[in-house]
Design a protein around this ligand. Structure first.
Ligand SMILES: Nc1nc2c(ncn2[C@@H]2O[C@H](COP(=O)(O)OP(=O)(O)OP(=O)(O)O)[C@@H](O)[C@H]2O)c(=O)[nH]1
Ligand SMILES: *[C@@H]1O[C@H](CO)[C@@H](O)[C@H](O)[C@H]1NC(C)=O
Ligand SMILES: *[C@@H]1O[C@H](CO)[C@@H](O)[C@H](O)[C@H]1NC(C)=O
Ligand SMILES: [Mg+2]
Length: 386
């Protein structure tokens, strides 16, 4: 280092630098705080403040996990990833839900993966059974038909209860009532990059209602009449549809048909007030009466996504493009600087898994083509905090 030898000159230089930063702060606050931040910590690797398990959190939020007792092994993998990549700094609590009572083994094996608070709940019978208007024999016939056609999970009854529960009921569970935001976790998923900030806070500060990281096309055999039902709903409740929304992303022909694009809901961060809104409740109740959760195999992913596209503005939905995530089948892998600084371990060039601009993951990239909501009309707040 070329430092002047004389201590006096050194002090004068130091004082001059400090003075110039403070002078800059008065004229250009953003630039000065950037400089100060850069001096305080290495740009390469940043970790935010830690919150102990009992501390009040920046956001009243939880992880929610629907699981069976036998899922504990693959859940330990998911939880390890979540803790190491993100939650050891925040200690957001976990809510586990099951249609059966959780075993002691399940509780032990999941509780031991985190310091954070854990809650275990059983799902009410009426949230995991047939509504009275469903014809169970017809439902059984349809399952058989779909199984014979080779539709994925086409023959499964429990999968249908799961999809219905995740579509419109999970946020009504008593254990979920205390929370404002939630982040969904499934068994066997992986977080392949560090998450060095709080996505809940990111969303809250901007009034973002829905966050995702992978979007793909739906298997259309599972939702043949879903869009017809959506159109009926819209015709009956036109007041629920705002002037500016993201409909284009799910219907490129102005509402005539559904293109199958959906946020892959096994990763989902949401403001629960979105699901608890009158608008969403009406929507779910309408779809539930249509019967497609049982006569077809409507997934919670297209149901959530169509609701987000119709009811929310583009700016209220956020692509967490910087989060590296894998669920068996597909991964999203950030590239460029994010890959390096967030210590990603995925391979963005792995074409067999990574969603790209073509093929199954095209929907993700097309999100960026949506026109912005005109400035004066936006409900979400601009990027003023990060
Ligand atoms: N309690 C309970 N949870 C279930 C049941 N079926 C599925 N789940 C959970 O619901 C979520 C979605 O089920 P998955 O089997 O992962 O369905 P998927 O993600 O579409 O498909 P794969 O992950 O490829 O099997 C997971 O968190 C499962 O643990 C069930 O019958 N009972
Ligand atoms: C669960 O943990 C408790 C307390 O450590 C222990 O008494 C119990 O035997 C464990 N049960 C199982 C099934 O692992
Ligand atoms: C799209 O549909 C709406 C209502 O059905 C209609 O008012 C509008 O003119 C259509 N826009 C285009 C570009 O076709
Ligand atoms: Mg899964």
């Amino acid at each position: 280092m070329l430092l002047p030898r004389s201590p006096l000159v050194r002090y004068v230089l130091l004082a001059a630098s400090i003075l110039s930063i403070y002078a800059l702060m008065h004229t250009n606050y953003d630039r000065a705080s950037q400089l100060l931040n850069r001096m305080r910590r290495p740009a390469r690797y940043q970790r935010p403040i830690s919150y102990k398990p009992g501390d009040p959190k920046p956001v009243n939020a939880c992880f929610a996990i629907l699981a069976r007792n036998q899922d504990w092994r693959s859940l330990r993998e998911s939880m390890k990833q979540m803790e190491d990549r993100f939650n050891h700094q925040f200690n957001y609590p976990y809510v586990f839900l099951n249609d059966k009572p959780f075993s002691e083994e399940f509780k032990n094996m999941t509780r031991s993966m985190t310091q954070a608070d854990v809650y275990y709940g059983q799902i009410a019978q009426e949230h995991w059974s047939y509504p009275e208007w469903i014809d169970k024999e017809k439902a059984a016939e349809k399952r058989k038909e779909m199984e014979e056609k080779g539709v994925m999970y086409g023959g499964s009854e429990s999968y249908r209860h799961m999809c219905r529960f995740e579509s419109g009921l999970f946020f009504k569970h008593p254990l979920m009532q205390q929370f404002d935001y939630y982040w969904r976790i499934e068994p066997g998923i992986e977080y392949r990059c560090d998450i060095n900030y709080d996505p809940f806070l990111f969303m809250k500060e901007r009034r973002i209602k829905y966050g995702w990281t992978i979007a793909i096309y739906e298997l259309m055999d599972t939702v043949p009449t879903l869009w017809n039902s959506v159109k009926k709903f819209v015709a009956q409740h036109p007041e629920t549809i705002p002037e500016y929304n993201s409909q284009w992303w799910v219907s490129r022909d102005n509402g005539t048909s559904y293109n199958g694009c959906h946020f892959w809901s096994n990763f989902e961060i949401a403001d629960l007030s979105f699901y608890r809104s009158e608008q969403y409740s009406k929507f779910f109740e309408f779809l539930d009466r249509e019967g497609g959760f049982f006569y077809e195999r409507w997934g919670d992913a297209p149901v959530h996504s169509i609701a987000a596209a119709l009811f929310l503005q583009k700016e209220e939905v956020h692509w967490f493009d910087d989060i590296g995530y894998y669920h068996p089948g597909w991964q999203h892998c950030p590239s460029g600087d994010t890959w390096l600084t967030n210590r990603c371990t995925c391979d963005p060039k792995d074409k067999s898994k990574t969603i790209t601009n073509a093929g199954w993951g095209k929907c993700s990239h097309e999100w960026k083509l949506l026109p912005d909501t005109p400035a004066g009309q936006r409900k979400a707040l601009p990027n003023q905090f990060h």
